[in-house]
Write a protein that binds this ligand. Structure first.
Ligand SMILES: [Zn+2]
Length: 307
């Protein structure tokens, strides 16, 4: 069974008119999955808020205090980062987004759920231990990975990040932590302009040139990710699933197609089947061409359902 986590509060977090990271992204995903008949096959769940203790495994006390202090009661607060605005729903949405990924980890490690997709906002992979940035406040995937390490005593967690932007936050939080292998592709040079020099030996970073297509991504996965994953033998696969490398997405210059997202998703399902009873927790990061996002998530969820 594939669990699907989402919550109405994810739609209430808004960063202003014309901001690409908008509530309509989730609405389009929901509509598409419903139209395709996929929603009816999913175990749809509402998350609960993550605990402060779980957040503080990945973030500093100062970071959390800063978010709580910045959370506005009326007018939006823009003082954290120019792209990363808080309205009065943002803090709760962030707690629920991280809570979704943590809850999904619990579900795949203790129940009969095979895998899970978390349709969350705000995303997380740019949030560093001390720094909210790039539309991200809490690093959902990093919090969930730390939760799995601490609560289930896992020894080898694979984090996959195929968002078009480098997952600087996740890399910073897990650099040189041998319990985690992080593999990623991203356009370089593009925001946040990092990743070309990995921060640790447990990082397999594959920068892709602007205007490269899905073939370049498939080579990166086959030649760089798969051998490292084979040696690592993960016990759990976590995915920072960003869909902004799509050719229709204006925030980047990569040229992936819907079918490239189907391909990479099937590869990851295969890896999880081979190494860890199919255990995957995937969480939404970017993807701003709304229809392309919805279709690509459809392929991703379809692969999870087949896993
Ligand atoms: Zn992105």
């Amino acid at each position: 069974m594939t669990a699907y986590y989402t919550h109405p509060t994810f739609l209430a977090h808004e960063m202003g008119p014309a901001h690409p990271e908008c509530p309509q992204r989730l609405a389009a995903i929901h509509d598409h999955l419903t139209r395709k008949g996929l929603m009816a096959l999913l175990d749809v769940r509402e998350p609960t808020e993550v605990s402060d203790a779980a957040i503080l495994r990945a973030h500093s006390v100062e970071h959390l205090d800063r978010l709580v202090a910045a959370s506005p009661t009326d007018r939006p607060y823009q003082g954290l980062d120019p792209d990363t605005t808080m309205n009065h729903h943002t803090l709760r949405a962030s707690y629920l987004a991280a809570g979704a990924v943590v809850g999904a980890v619990d579900a795949v490690l203790t129940e009969r759920q095979r895998n899970a997709f978390c349709a969350v906002r705000p995303p997380g992979h740019h949030a560093e231990r001390n720094t909210p940035m790039g539309f991200c406040f809490l690093n959902n995937i990093a919090i969930a990975a730390h939760h799995a390490l601490a609560e289930y005593e896992l020894k080898r967690i694979l984090i996959v990040d195929f968002d078009v932007h480098h997952g600087n936050g996740t890399e910073e939080i897990f650099a040189d932590d041998d319990r985690v292998l992080m593999v990623s592709t991203f356009e370089h040079a593009l925001y946040p302009f990092s990743g070309d020099i990995p921060l640790g030996n447990n990082m397999v970073n594959v920068p892709l040139a602007a205007y490269s297509d899905g073939q370049a991504m498939r080579r990166a996965v086959t030649e760089h990710w798969l051998p490292a994953i084979e040696r690592f033998r993960p016990e759990l696969v976590l995915i920072s699933a960003g869909f902004d490398a799509h050719r229709e997405d204006d925030l980047s210059h990569l040229m992936w197609s819907d079918l490239d997202y189907a391909w990479i998703s099937q590869q990851l399902v295969q890896i999880a089947t081979q190494h860890c009873n199919g255990r995957i927790v995937s969480s939404l990061e970017g993807g701003y061409a709304i229809q392309a996002l919805a279709r690509s998530v459809g392929h991703h969820v379809d692969a999870l359902l087949g896993g």
